[in-house]
Design a protein around this ligand. Structure first.
Ligand SMILES: [Zn+2]
Length: 168
């Protein structure tokens, strides 16, 4: 009994270290910038609540394989919320078919719903998009959509989102 407790404690310590290391790469974790009810949970809690696929993308900044996501070709009317915390992030009004293999939006539902952070990982210079409420990784934003009203493309993982159809 005590042996298994010790193992559990060691596991938690390891998880804690990983979390700090991830945090270091993304700059100061400024929370609560105009966002109501910031959600802070431990990695163990997220692991329990999310599927392994969701955890890998939302909490470990993974990327789902292109053209495999549930919402790549969803164009019904509705709202896309954060799969981790339910924060309303995007609406179907700004979704477009970019052909890149991931859901694309030209704007967030409101500027303060997402947080943009410079990301130099994988030898690239990109701007990471995270949920402003819970800090989960959503995808990246690119200035390569000149035919869209903002010229911007939010390239978002389906697994980071949950679609809520508009009431009929
Ligand atoms: Zn969230």
């Amino acid at each position: 009994m005590s042996w298994s407790l010790l193992l559990l404690a060691m596991g938690l310590l390891v998880l804690g270290c990983e979390r700090r290391m991830v945090g270091e790469g993304t700059g100061p974790a400024m929370s609560g910038e105009g966002v109501e009810g910031t959600v802070v949970k431990s990695d163990a809690e997220w692991r329990k609540e999310l599927t392994p696929e969701q955890y890998a993308v939302l909490r470990e900044k993974g990327t789902e394989r292109p053209f495999t996501g549930e919402y790549d070709h969803t164009f019904e009317r509705g709202t896309y919320v954060c799969a981790a915390c339910g924060n309303e992030l995007f609406t179907s009004d700004t979704k477009f078919n970019s052909g890149c293999g991931w859901p694309a939006f030209y704007a967030a539902k409101a500027g303060d719903r997402v947080k943009l952070t410079q990301d130099y990982s994988h030898g690239m210079s990109r701007v990471e998009v995270t949920c402003a409420r819970c800090g989960s990784h959503l995808g990246h934003i690119f200035n390569d959509a000149p035919d869209q009203p903002t010229g911007q493309r939010y390239c978002i993982n389906s697994v980071s989102l949950k679609f809520i159809p508009a009431p009929r």
